[in-house]
Design a protein around this ligand. Structure first.
Ligand code: NAD
Length: 252
């Protein structure tokens, strides 16, 4: 049994086809929210099916977050279909293979920054302008512990995620007095498609999980809880901050 504390609320999730986005979509739906998923990956239809099987409401609109017009259409579609938008989770992201700094091409840099940073900027911009008309709303962005500390071989990802922390601070302080709360989450290692390459290789799995004080990666559901909390009225004084969910990895 779950409390239906998101009943009559509309939630928009980017990157909800798999991983953290899917787990969060399910968690919101179980608490009564109507969920819109925007993703480039058609697998998002499975997320919608899973929600419907549990008696929840969800829709998918194919969306490339690197295109401002796509993101705007997604938000308009959400409001047309569900009558409102209350909570946004800007979560779509990519993590390219690791490379030495000097081997990173302009394309490598643009690919990550376009999805992980510009994609979040576009979403925030359109969401904030709608929330301003209502005088309320919440945004949670997905940063990463790579937005707090650096890992080797991931310079553009580290830069993009630090940028998400920056966008969150900037909008957080600009909008809190207007009734709109903007925060971010910084997950540590999570078992999803993104980390499959590391975690399916036994040797590599040992290396990356040994960095976590708990000795294992998070399940996506263990990240979803923080997103729900930050979106909920229980977090009414939280704004402009990035909340780390890493089993203490960066406290070490
Ligand atoms: P994932 O690959 O399962 O999910 C990423 C989602 O983003 C996918 O559904 C993908 O289709 C979507 N996406 C990618 N490019 C897109 C685009 N241009 N437009 C729309 N959607 C797009 O991996 P995940 O781990 O669930 O990642 C979700 C978020 O969590 C990402 O922002 C990622 O950087 C972040 N994150 C992941 C970890 C981890 O260890 N897995 C750690 C910290 C942060």
């Amino acid at each position: 049994m779950h409390l239906k504390d998101f009943e009559n609320r509309v939630v928009l999730i980017t990157g909800g086809a798999t991983g953290i986005g899917r787990a969060t979509a399910l968690a919101f739906a179980r608490r009564g929210a109507k969920v819109m998923i925007g993703d480039v990956n058609e697998q998002a239809k499975e997320s919608v099916e899973l929600i419907k099987q549990e008696g929840g409401e969800a829709l998918f609109k194919k969306t490339d977050v690197t295109k401002s017009s796509d993101v705007k259409s997604l938000i308009d579609f959400t409001i047309d279909e569900f009558g409102s938008l209350d909570h946004a989770f800007n979560n779509a992201g990519v993590l390219p293979p690791t490379k030495d700094f000097v081997d990173m091409s302009e394309e490598d840099f643009d690919f990550v920054v376009n999805v992980d940073l510009k994609g979040v900027f576009y979403a925030m911009k359109h969401e904030l302008s709608y929330f301003e008309t209502k005088g309320k709303g919440t945004i949670v962005n997905t940063a990463s512990i790579a937005g707090i500390i650096a890992d080797p071989g991931m310079a553009p990802y580290v830069a993009a995620k630090h940028g998400v922390v920056g966008l969150t601070k900037a909008a957080g302080i600009e909008y809190i007095a207007k009734g709109i709360r903007v925060n971010a989450i910084a997950p540590g290692l999570v078992e999803t498609n993104m980390t499959k390459g590391w975690l399916e290789n036994e040797e590599m799995r040992k290396v990356v999980t040994s960095n976590t004080p708990i000795g294992r990666p998070a399940r996506p559901e263990e990240i979803a809880g923080m997103v729900l909390f930050l979106s909920s009225d229980a977090a009414s004084y939280a704004a402009g901050q990035t909340f780390i969910v890493d089993a203490g990895q960066t406290a070490h």
